[in-house]
Design a protein around this ligand. Structure first.
Ligand code: 2NL
Length: 344
């Protein structure tokens, strides 16, 4: 019997050593230490032994059980440890790897350009003012020295909603409204960016909806030289310090005198090229001294107050700045176009 027990012990220990995973080990445990196992069987046969031998064999059987159990537990710990290490190494994350970029959208080229222009004027003391896109005939035309029947307020060129309501054709009505709110007291120093609408057939240079930025400075003693100084500073900051400006006489119903501003051509330095159509100059904006009628209608005394105003088209500025050849690119929203101006 003793030999049988020793044999069983050796057999069991060998199987424990050979077990390569926890499941196999559990099978060894059940088959050797279970109720139907060979050791239990040996113990059952102890009745045949003498009174002296019985405790000796009983003790040995217990020792064998214990030895096998110890070995099983040790092996179990070892296998669990190996399994854990394997799991950890498989699931490990390299936190130093660069992240995968998530594609993002961004502000439209025109939005960014408008904000850039706003910032330049904010830097010169202007405030940003906004107003409605559905406007009263009064603020869009009447208050800007364009009375009913004036040739420059062609019904065919505007989107009328009713007799008295239309989609604004410029952002000037925002300026008229702002002046009115000041109740005849200066200074008013604002720029008005926004969408405007004209009944045009869309082509490479025309759009029925586009954007505008207008500026207005009304106070005592505002002069033409103030206009020139502000516009010169704007042009140099926007297009580069080496650019020159020039003012040419022009006409707008809401300014007198009126001018148009050109900047010197960067491509040919004034020599003449295709960009500037051989003139050396590129037209950028229109401006002038606010017409006395406009001041009067907004509640300002034209004998005490003067002002300058200007207006420009961000699309035209962007087209010149980035060499964009078709105004429709701004509104088609083809990402291949938009992406060129999006830097995450
Ligand atoms: C252009 C020319 C201009 C104005 C806009 C203005 C507004 C008020 C009073 C007087 Cl409230 N003038 N605006 C003046 C001159 C020119 O725009 O070519 N824009 C794209």
């Amino acid at each position: 019997m003793k030999e049988r027990l020793e044999e069983l012990k050796q057999e069991a220990l060998n199987k424990v050593t050979a077990a390569s995973d926890i499941k196999e080990l559990q099978e060894v445990r059940v088959s050797y230490l279970g109720k139907k196992g060979p050791i239990t069987e040996v113990l059952r046969g102890m009745g045949k032994l003498s009174a002296e031998e019985r405790p000796v064999v009983g003790q040995l059987a217990n020792d064998v059980r214990e030895a096998i159990a110890n070995e099983l537990n040790q092996k179990q710990d070892q296998l669990e440890k190996v399994a854990l290490e394997k799991k950890l190494s498989e699931e490990s994350i390299d936190v130093t790897l660069p992240g995968r970029p998530i594609p993002t959208g961004g502000p439209h080229l025109l939005t960014k350009l408008i904000e850039e222009i706003e910032d330049l004027f904010i830097g010169m003391g202007f405030q940003v003012a906004e107003g409605p896109e559905v406007e009263q005939d009064y603020y869009n035309f009447e208050a800007l020295n364009l009375p009913k029947g004036h040739p420059a307020r062609d019904m065919q060129d505007s989107f009328y909603i009713t007799e008295e309501l239309l989609l604004r054709t410029h952002t000037s009505p925002v300026q008229a409204r702002t002046m009115e709110k000041h109740e005849g007291r200066g200074p008013v120093k604002i720029i008005c960016p926004g969408k405007v609408y004209r009944r045009d057939t869309d082509d490479a240079t025309h759009s029925h909806q586009f954007t505008q930025i207008e500026g207005l400075y009304v106070d005592k003693n505002v002069r033409m030289s103030d206009l020139k100084g502000v516009l010169n500073a704007f042009a140099k900051k926007m297009f580069g310090q080496t650019r020159e400006i020039r003012l040419r006489p022009s006409f707008f119903p809401f300014t007198e005198p009126s001018v148009e501003m050109d900047i010197s051509c960067k491509m040919c330095h004034g020599e003449g090229c295709s960009v500037c159509k051989q003139t050396g100059w590129i037209e950028i904006l229109g401006a002038g001294m606010v017409h006395p009628n406009v001041l009067k209608m907004a509640g300002f005394d034209p004998d005490q107050y003067t002002g300058f105003a200007f207006g420009m088209g961000p699309e035209r500025i962007a087209m010149l700045k980035y060499g964009i050849d078709d105004i429709r690119h701004f509104y088609t929203n083809d990402v291949r176009f938009l992406k060129q101006f999006h830097h995450a």
